[in-house]
Design a protein around this ligand. Structure first.
Ligand code: BGC
Ligand code: NOJ
Length: 824
């Protein structure tokens, strides 16, 4: 069953039924000011950091689902009947309803009793504010006298404190209502230099900022007393729960339309210019007023919206493909690319499954997210790499996450995830492959954000690799530390205390448990370093101010590690997963549960292990036999049926969920890539289709999450709800699927030397075409597959020239290259 449909030409998903299985959300904002918005206008807004600068409140885990957001109420003053044009919160049965989610905007349109209402929500580029543009049309035969009310609930900035520290917070709320603009200024009188404002383009009939006066005692958002009575109380909040509500009266003749604009914004003032007049306690509003002056005008709001659309046309235009599969086309051309941008902006901080207060920007996560968005905005990828590497520890290790507002690493979820630093190598390499900007390796970057600790980024990468070599275990495999990519494989934790964090508890010395996954990742990172070394060496042509490892270092280290993997990490038919604190293998036939894991099969083959010997094919056949399901590939089998003290969080999950044998979607593309590496395009694409959200749209009632973005997890075959997705939006699944389909299957791959085209596609395809903008050149690519092979290129021409090999080299000054690839 579907709850809407894709409108590919508008690049929108159109939800046509408000009671979707879960709130189906979207994101507003792309730089500093962000919002989450659901299909019924639920959600919240924040500036840069969902924990430390929360503008509006949202109650997770609420009942009814998704209560609280950017609400409007309409009231027919003739009859007294009121309703929510976004369906929630009044849940009045609407005569028509449609929610269109696009890139950075959402439009909710509905009709009730002849009144059509359409509200477009978005954040203009470069601004710290959101616009709600509401157009009301009287489609009935007679005039109508309407009241329009807005309603938001302010958050007292620190979302964690706001949700817990009531003894203080009920006393600190402060407002100013001046010139019909509602200003929220809690804590502005003391150390904060920022405030929020909420304004309306129309003359107000009234306003409210005291929640209980607006709602009425013991009432909820679905039946506010003010809306019911049609009369605002004009209240000013002192403490308790400050809200913002405007009341506008609108008369519409039959057929008449009117637009009303609301602006919710965030403003910072210089510390010495906070008050006006100076010395008073009154907010200096001049900056906010300038923004309002501009955006409460329809033509300026329209222009800002058009600019946003153009911006996305430009970003998505970096790669557009036309394949025989519509799900591939719309995911690559629109939604997967868009999700990659959102994961880049949010990391794992704020979604409907991430509360915005739990996690900051992940070190590992951000490096992987880069793979998906680097072609759209290389300059922001550069900035992100430098921010991340400045938090790197001197020993080469990493804080697991950093706070976006401060850009400082924090220990809230510990450090010592021993895979973390290696992802930096992959991230930097992906950046240079895309941009050709080798200068990033010379950037002087601090360690642990300490002044005086600066060294070239290249040296950071050396230390990342050295970090693994300094931590080898009894089998010479890398020690796992707190965990590797699988945060829940906590082999040094041994926790038997309820509620204790698996992520931060360590009670073993960490000298025994090893990871085959990190070994594979290490080989991959060494291979990337070999390429980076060559380029770096050519560039510096002389000595460095640090000890540059010799050219053979990475090839020897990789070879040595590969030997170790074959000696201790190969189980006969697949790669093992790890060794536990007792020195026992995991992910081996020796185990009764957790015999085979997906991660090492993916990463080791991606690093090239077993590709020549045939062991890679063996491992992939084992994946197909033991792990593949129609809904995707599960993380491991057999699922852990009980809690194992020595394994940690992984066995804390009921079988079939999350890391305990769920379909952890992030890992599926590794298998797609591995299948492509061994040339099995049919298998690669088959796995791609199984978890492609658009291809799963028809089973939305089972899948439950949005059909336009990937979810982190789909319940595995051991689960009661096999096929049900959770944790949509913020997941490495976005970037890795994007990489798998575009770089490995379609084979359009940036390399250090230029753009390579080397497809591994389903044999049934006649071919495909693509437009790729790369390093300032537009490549118009046509791939033909007359022999119906999965892999293999017979001829390649670029602007008519025969190309040897698969990397396309441009001639000087060429801005457009027509590439024709004939497979066979
Ligand atoms: C989840 C992991 C996640 C970790 C982050 C665990 O509970 O299962 O997927 O990475 O928390 O802290
Ligand atoms: C989600 C985390 O964000 C990611 O870093 C991790 O690799 C996976 N969970 C697997 O545990």
């Amino acid at each position: 069953m579907k709850f809407g449909h894709f409108d590919d030409s508008a690049r929108e998903y159109v939800i046509t039924q408000p009671d979707t299985p879960l709130p189906w959300i979207n994101y507003l904002g792309s730089e500093a000011y962000f919002g989450l918005i659901s299909n019924t206008a639920g959600g919240y807004s924040f500036y840069k950091d969902a924990r430390l600068r929360r503008l509006t409140r949202y109650r997770y885990n609420n009942s009814p689902l998704d209560m609280g957001g950017r609400y409007l109420y309409l009231r027919d003053n003739g009859t007294g009947k009121y309703w929510s044009p976004s369906w929630m919160p009044t849940r009045t049965k609407l005569d028509a309803y449609e929610c269109r989610h696009g890139q950075g905007y959402t439009v909710i349109t509905s009709k009730f009793n002849g009144i059509k209402s359409s509200t477009r929500y978005f954040v203009p580029l470069g601004e710290s504010l959101e616009i709600w543009q509401t157009t009301l049309t009287n489609e009935s035969a007679s005039s109508v006298d309407l009241s329009l009310f807005s309603a938001i609930e302010f958050c007292l900035w620190d979302a964690n404190d706001d949700a817990t520290n009531f003894q203080r917070n009920y006393s600190i709320g402060q407002m100013e209502i001046v010139d019909e603009v509602i200003y929220h200024k809690t804590e502005y009188r003391e150390r904060r230099d920022h405030f929020a404002y909420f304004a309306c383009s129309e003359k107000l009939t009234g306003y409210d900022t005291v929640r209980e006066d607006f709602l009425g005692k013991y009432r909820s958002w679905n039946e506010p007393e003010v809306v019911e009575s049609g009369t605002s109380v004009n209240t000013e909040a002192h403490g308790w729960q400050p809200i913002g509500s405007h009341h506008v009266k609108i008369q519409l003749k039959a057929g008449e339309s009117k637009q009303v604009i609301f602006v919710l914004g965030y403003q910072e003032n210089p510390k010495d210019d906070k008050f006006d007049p100076p010395g008073s306690q009154i907010i200096n509003k001049k900056r906010a007023k300038a923004a309002l002056e501009k955006y409460l005008k329809q033509e300026n709001a329209d222009k800002a919206f058009n600019d946003l659309r153009d911006h996305w046309t430009m970003l998505l235009g970096k790669l557009q493909v036309t394949t025989p599969d519509e799900h591939t086309n719309r995911m690559v051309n629109i939604w997967n690319a868009y999700q990659c941008m959102v994961t880049f902006n949010m990391s794992r901080s704020a979604s409907y499954f991430e509360s915005g207060i739990g996690r900051g920007m992940g070190f590992r996560d951000s490096n992987q997210d880069l793979l998906g968005f680097v072609h759209m905005i290389p300059e922001r990828a550069r900035e992100r790499i430098l921010d991340l590497s400045a938090t790197q520890l001197k020993n080469g290790g990493a804080f697991h996450q950093y706070q976006p507002l401060t850009k400082r690493g924090n220990n809230d979820v510990g450090s010592g995830f021993n895979d973390d630093p290696l992802w930096l190598v992959l991230g930097v390499s992906a950046y240079i492959k895309e941009s050709g900007d080798w200068s990033i390796l010379d950037e002087l970057v601090q360690y642990e954000n300490e002044t005086g600790s600066e060294s070239p980024l290249y040296e950071h990468l050396q230390r990342s690799v050295q970090y693994t070599l300094d931590r080898l275990g009894p089998n010479k495999l890398p020690l796992i530390g707190r965990a590797d990519w699988n945060d829940c494989l906590n082999l040094n934790c041994f926790s038997d205390t309820p509620g204790q964090s698996f992520q931060t508890t360590t009670n073993k010395d960490g000298t025994v448990a090893e990871s085959v996954f990190i070994a594979g990742l290490f080989v991959l990172a060494c291979k990337e370093m070999m390429g980076l070394f060559e380029g770096y060496k050519l560039k510096i042509q002389g000595s460095t101010n640090f000890n540059l490892q010799p050219s053979t270092f990475y090839s020897e280290a990789a070879t040595e590690m590969e030997k170790t993997v074959w000696a201790a990490g190969w189980d006969g038919d697949w790669f093992r997963r790890a060794y536990d604190d007792f020195g026992h293998a995991l992910g081996s036939k020796e185990n009764s549960e957790g015999k085979i894991f997906i991660e090492p099969q993916g990463i080791c083959i991606m690093a090239g292990l077993g590709v020549d010997s045939g062991n890679a094919v063996k491992a992939l056949d084992a994946v197909a036999e033991h792990l593949a399901t129609p809904h995707g590939i599960v993380l491991q089998q057999p699922a852990f049926s009980e809690y194992y003290l020595h394994l940690g969080e992984i066995s804390s999950y009921p079988p079939g969920y999350k890391e305990n044998a769920g379909i952890f979607c992030h890992t599926n593309p590794w298998i797609m890539i591995a299948e492509a590496i061994v040339g099995r395009g049919d298998n690669a694409f088959d796995y791609y289709k199984r978890i492609n959200p658009s291809a799963r749209e028809e089973i939305s009632e089972l899948h439950k999450c949005e059909p336009y973005v990937y979810a982190q997890m789909i319940a595995g075959k051991d689960a009661a709800t096999h096929g049900e997705a959770k944790n949509s939006w913020l997941t490495g699944t976005a970037a890795w699927n994007y990489a798998a389909i575009t770089q490995s299957i379609l084979g359009i791959r940036p390399t250090l030397d230029g753009l390579e085209i080397s497809p591994v596609i389903p044999a049934s395809w006649d071919g495909f075409s693509a437009i790729r903008k790369y390093r300032g050149v537009t490549y118009n690519i046509t791939v033909e597959n007359p022999m119906h092979v999965c892999k293999g290129v017979a001829t390649v021409t670029a602007n008519g020239r025969q190309v040897s090999g698969s990397v396309i080299r441009t001639q000087d000054g060429e801005k457009e290259v027509n590439v024709k690839v004939v497979m066979g």
